[in-house]
Design a protein around this ligand. Structure first.
Ligand code: DLL
Length: 433
């Protein structure tokens, strides 16, 4: 179902005209109201008047996480604080969080975008939306909540954690749509099994999962274990939260970016050069309608590519491929670039290996060493030692073949790797460089 037929199916020409009009207004407003942006534009020698076509976007300087840090907490707000009715923040791995603000209109826009996202996944009025994204400073919980209400569905504001209770509520209230991170969806499936709850007896039909990278194999796993359709939804606090892009139930391939509100670009992360459609690089966003916290050419560090071909669902918005990782997730092991998603891909194609793993990187002398700890199922774990050894050797060989880097594989007992209630932590880097 398309929530906003008028905008989501705009012919490209009309869409681009709308984007240009909004872009010009944005640049003018930001130049006038945010000293930091004004200074950066002056340094780059570009004035609001220089934006005459969408192509001129690339004249504008990028905004990075460091720019946000330098202006912590409210320095990049484009409206006085009295007009900000909500604050969210995302926790970084180090130091201070990234802080974002919303005016009343921003909250309305966000609800509209999340209503679109839910509808994209086939949610409609009458659905019982089980929202297990965390409520709080994280944008997942409240973002999805307002969208579900706007759509007219019945929302259960579960938040994360307390997994057994989540399952009881799902059974008793008849939840039909599940919202949470993909790693938490697997956690739910596992606890259901432990508790003897057969997922096919639940009313769950579809899950909208995001906030962390996951793979096609993991989608299959979740679909099988929870007896639902699993769709990918994407967003980040700096741009608005969830509601930036989402997969549709009809196409289930690539996430539609809500281009009437955000302009995407994919750049070469080394040179900053804009790449043609189809090429893989770092995703960059410009927000077109946000009032309190607009961003210009924000470098997300997420790696993907844009898919311009039309989709069966009828939406005219461009799609992005599922995010395969982050430029800053990339591990450099003895000079070889390694993404956790590549390791996940190898693991998931091996029978008996569970989708629970952790990558531990350390340094022995001058040498990087990588250990992959991975759970195997009960059946394999009770096999004789020799079989387990053969299996770990096989995984080591497959990883070496795929990534060109050797690692140690440690098979661990079922349920020993810590389960996530939100974003899973896949990598522990103990090197002190
Ligand atoms: O994670 C917003 C969100 C909430 C998205 C709920 C989807 C569902 P942040 O905490 O600011 O915001 O983290 C943003 O998470 O830059 C990506 O690296 C990652 N991420 C988000 N969605 C996906 C996804 C929310 N579908 C960061 N696939 C982003 C891969 C994702 N990574």
């Amino acid at each position: 179902m398309i929530w906003n037929e008028e905008f989501e199916t705009l012919p490209r020409e009309a869409l681009e005209a709308l984007q240009l009009k909004r872009l010009k207004a944005l640049v003018e407003r930001v130049y006038a109201t945010v000293p930091y942006y004004r200074q950066k534009m002056n340094e780059a020698g570009v004035k609001p008047d220089d934006i005459k076509s969408l192509n001129d976007l690339k004249k504008l300087p990028f905004t990075t996480k460091d720019d946000l840090r330098e202006n912590y907490p409210f320095g990049l707000f484009a409206v006085p604080l009295e007009r900000v009715i909500r604050i969210h923040a995302s926790s970084g791995t180090t130091g201070k969080p990234t802080v974002v603000g919303y005016t009343r209109r921003d909250i309305d826009t966000w609800a509209e975008l999340m209503a679109r996202t839910l509808a994209c996944g086939g949610t409609r009025q009458g659905d019982i939306v089980h929202n297990a994204y965390g409520y709080g400073l994280f944008t997942g919980g409240l973002g999805a909540h307002y969208g579900a209400e706007k759509l007219g569905a019945t929302v259960i504001p579960m938040s994360g954690g307390n997994t057994k209770r989540q399952i009881m509520i799902m059974q008793d209230f008849g939840s039909t749509v599940l919202l949470c991170t993909p790693s938490y969806a697997l956690n739910l499936a596992e606890v259901m099994q432990e508790e003897g709850v057969d997922p096919s007896t639940l009313k769950l039909r579809v899950g909208l999962f995001g906030a962390e990278p996951w793979s096609e194999k993991m989608r299959e796993e979740i679909e099988k274990k929870l007896c639902i359709s699993a769709l990918d939804i994407y967003g980040l606090s700096e741009v608005i939260g969830p509601g930036v892009a989402s997969e549709c139930i009809e196409g289930k391939r690539g996430l539609h970016i809500f281009e009437d509100h955000f302009i995407p670009e994919v750049i070469d992360p080394e040179t900053g050069e804009v790449l043609p459609y189809g090429e893989t690089g770092e995703l960059v966003f410009t927000t077109l309608t946000k009032e309190a916290f607009p961003v210009i050419r924000y470098r997300t560090r997420d790696i993907t590519r844009l898919i311009p071909e039309p989709c069966v669902c009828g939406r005219t918005f461009i799609r992005m491929e599922r995010v395969s990782g982050r430029t800053d997730d990339m591990l450099i092991i003895r000079g070889v670039n390694v993404f956790p998603s590549q390791i996940e891909h190898v693991l998931m194609s091996i029978e008996g290996v569970e989708p629970h793993y952790q990558i531990i990187v350390d340094r022995e002398g001058a040498l990087d060493v990588m250990e992959v700890q991975v759970e195997v199922n009960e059946k394999i774990f009770s096999d004789e030692i020799k079989k387990l050894e053969t299996l770990s050797k096989r995984i080591e060989r497959d990883i070496k073949e795929m990534l060109g880097v050797s690692c140690r594989v440690k098979l661990v007992e079922p349920k020993t790797i810590q389960r996530s209630e939100g974003k899973a932590k896949r990598v522990i880097d103990r090197r002190k460089i």
